[in-house]
Design a protein around this ligand. Structure first.
Ligand code: ATP
Ligand code: ZN
Length: 636
């Protein structure tokens, strides 16, 4: 269909309008039409004027006429182009050459303009590319040289001077500065960078010089992937778009059929055939679903691009549509509602152990674990100068903890539930555990199968702004905000109370989380699951929409989720919900507007109120109204 295939393939730069063959042929056709029309006013003989009109039709109708035939012959489909071409030919045969030429000119120019607008909207995301510099200052052979960013290799050391943009993703190895990474994450507040932190291409460096080791080439850094993913999403089709295209495939033949009946039946009952032939022609143009088919894709293309420029990657129109229907938001606790940077707050030896020994044994076990809690324990050990031999034969027990051999002894580390399952007497720690958990701390126990050696309490504070984000989610129409966690119920409740969520589901394994999502969906309606994509990937996949947070820098989250929030910022969530609802509103308005216009035009056509040029003009104007309306989603 003309209105959708005018969208080019992703990756090609937007063409200049004056270089576009469709624009040129249509303008030529308009000129021929104008000459013919004004000529006939000042006495140009009719055959010459008709010749000009026919030429205008041939030139202006070349592209869409060809498309109409190709569709008919190759795909056996009656498209909008065929409706228009038929109307033009019939009008000409009725002797209305000027009207036919007007139709061809208006239709072709609006198709060309529509294609161009679509391209522009599609390529708005490319503007991000211009924010990343073309060259980088690289340390090579003891000196510093400028190289094109394409020449940067992973491992290259480059310098970002104050006020310069970062050429590609990397890790800071020296220097300190605040960096505005809005092009990638959409956050307007600059982020402090120091050795060990990551920087992203196109971020703008503040006042300090940074020395950075490249971790990505310019072709596959985060910015390049954002642009690529947004363009791929724009090329994919939303559910409503599929529906409309499906509908269009049946609709256009119906229009043509009805047009033929309209031309044939009334004359059989004694009506003037010329009059009904003309009305049928106007009807075919009036009923062509042009605005209807363009309304959804243009809105989605604009919306997906806008979201992308604000650090929100939506992997396809479908997900944006799904988001508008979400009633429940399920948030993972660790790393999503909390900072994800746990630290040890209490270290309490039990059964006559020394604190030093407890830390040593815990660190020995955790040295082999990947868990965030393990990191907290290892940091504490490092701070106290404890550096034990890692445990032997370490085994992790997902959702519980782990065990291994430390100095010949089989030791366990993990949740109180783990020790309950092992059948260890919990008495020495019982009240302490409860007390610490009530403070919102995660309690990890250390011990053997016989008894407990120590207790380690770990706090992972709530993210600043988490409570506000939860409140804003509810204000934007989300009915229920739920927290999911593998952590203990008491600790989870304490954090949940601070965040203001409605419901807590605690002590869940990754599979339990998936089940919890299905359960919430059955109870309340569509669920969006928000997580970091690591221990909650199955739950993200199970939810109606899976949203990964802080996706800049973690490849997994970018790949697995339906929506990736590049910034580590919960306030994007309510924004996203409102944005998706606004998008859905615009789509609905567009569909209603186009249906209304078609209805009015059809009534006018059948009753003979509209002439062919009026119908074409109204048809194309309605199409532009719908495009302009869809482009509202270019605004954030
Ligand atoms: N390596 C480990 N060291 C100590 N305790 C562990 C370890 N791994 C798991 N645990 C225990 O198991 C519990 C559940 O862990 P799990 O990884 O399922 O979720 P979580 O880290 O609490 O966070 P969330 O589910 O909110 O993302 C932890 O709260 C902790 O008590
Ligand atoms: Zn159109």
């Amino acid at each position: 269909m003309a209105c959708t295939d005018s969208c080019g393939t992703p990756g090609t730069p937007p063409p200049r309008p004056w270089r576009n063959a469709k624009v040129l042929t249509s303008i030529t056709s308009g000129l021929l039409l104008a000459i013919g029309f004004s000529g006939s006013r000042v006495g140009l003989p009719e055959p010459q004027a008709t010749f000009l009109y026919v030429t205008a039709i041939a030139v202006g109708g070349y592209f869409f006429g060809r498309e109409a035939l190709e569709e008919l012959i190759k795909e056996r489909e009656i498209g909008i182009e065929l409706l228009m071409a038929t109307a033009a030919i019939v009008a000409g045969l009725l002797g209305e050459w000027a009207e036919a030429a007007t139709l061809v000119f208006l239709y072709s120019i609006s198709e060309a303009a529509e294609g161009y607008t679509g391209e522009r909207a599609r390529h708005a995301i490319r503007a991000l590319m211009d924010l990343s510099p073309k060259t980088a200052l690289v340390q090579r052979d003891g000196g510093e040289i400028r190289v094109p960013v394409e020449a940067l290799r992973v491992g290259d050391i480059f310098i970002v001077r104050p006020g310069e943009a970062v050429p590609t993703d990397g890790e800071v190895i020296a220097g300190q500065s605040s960096v505005n990474q809005a092009p990638v994450t959409g956050e307007s507040v600059p982020v402090e960078k120091m050795p060990g932190t990551k920087v992203f291409a196109a971020s703008l460096n503040g006042e300090g010089a940074l020395t950075v080791r490249a971790t990505k080439t310019s072709a596959d850094n985060t910015l390049a992937r954002i642009i690529h993913l947004v363009e791929a999403a724009q090329a994919s089709k939303g559910r409503s778009q599929r529906f409309i295209e499906h509908f269009g495939r049946r609709y256009s033949p119906t229009v043509l059929g009805t047009g033929i009946l309209l031309a044939l039946l009334p004359p059989l009952f004694g009506q003037p055939w010329g009059e009904w032939m003309a009305r049928a022609t106007v009807f075919v143009v009036a009923a062509a679903p042009c605005a209807l088919v363009i309304s959804v894709p243009i809105t989605l293309v604009a919306a997906l691009g806008t979201a992308g420029r604000h650090g929100i990657l939506i992997k396809g129109g479908v997900h944006l549509e799904n988001l508008a229907k979400i009633r429940v938001v399920a948030l993972d606790k660790t790393g999503t509602l909390t900072m994800g940077r746990p630290s040890v707050t209490n270290l309490i030896p039990l059964c006559g152990q020394s604190p030093q020994r407890v830390l040593e044994q815990a660190a020995a076990l955790e040295a082999r674990s990947q868990h965030p809690l393990a990191l907290a324990i290892l940091q504490r050990a490092q701070a106290e100068g404890v550096a034990p031999q890692p445990a032997e034969e370490f085994q992790s027990l997902p959702g519980l903890g782990g065990y291994g051999q430390v100095a010949g002894e089989q030791l366990y580390i993990g949740s109180p539930r783990l020790f309950q399952e092992l059948g260890v007497d919990p008495e020495p720690a019982r009240t302490l555990v409860r007390q610490l958990q009530q403070e919102g701390k995660t309690v990890v126990l250390l011990g053997s199968v016989q008894r407990l050696y120590g207790l380690i309490a770990i706090a992972d504070p709530l993210r600043p702004g988490a409570a506000e984000a939860v409140a804003a989610l509810k204000a934007s129409g989300i009915e229920r905000v739920v927290m999911l966690t593998g952590d203990n119920n008491l600790a989870a409740q304490a954090i949940a109370a601070q965040a203001g969520v409605d419901e807590v589901l605690a002590e869940l394994s990754p599979e339990d989380k998936t089940r919890a999502v299905a359960d919430l969906e059955a109870r309340y309606g569509k669920v969006a699951m928000v997580g970091d994509g690591v221990n909650d990937a199955p739950a993200l996949a199970a939810a109606h929409v899976g949203i990964a947070m802080g996706a800049a820098g973690t490849d997994v989250a970018l790949e697995t989720a339906d929506v990736a929030l590049m910034a580590d910022d919960l306030s994007r969530l309510p924004y996203l919900v409102r944005f998706s609802r606004r998008n859905w509103g615009v789509i609905r308005q567009n569909l209603a507007l186009s249906a209304l216009v078609i209805g009015t035009l059809v009534a006018g056509a059948v009753s003979g109120v509209f002439t062919l040029p009026t119908a074409v003009l109204a048809h194309e104007l309605s199409e532009f109204a719908v495009i302009a309306s869809g482009l509202r989603m270019l605004r954030a």
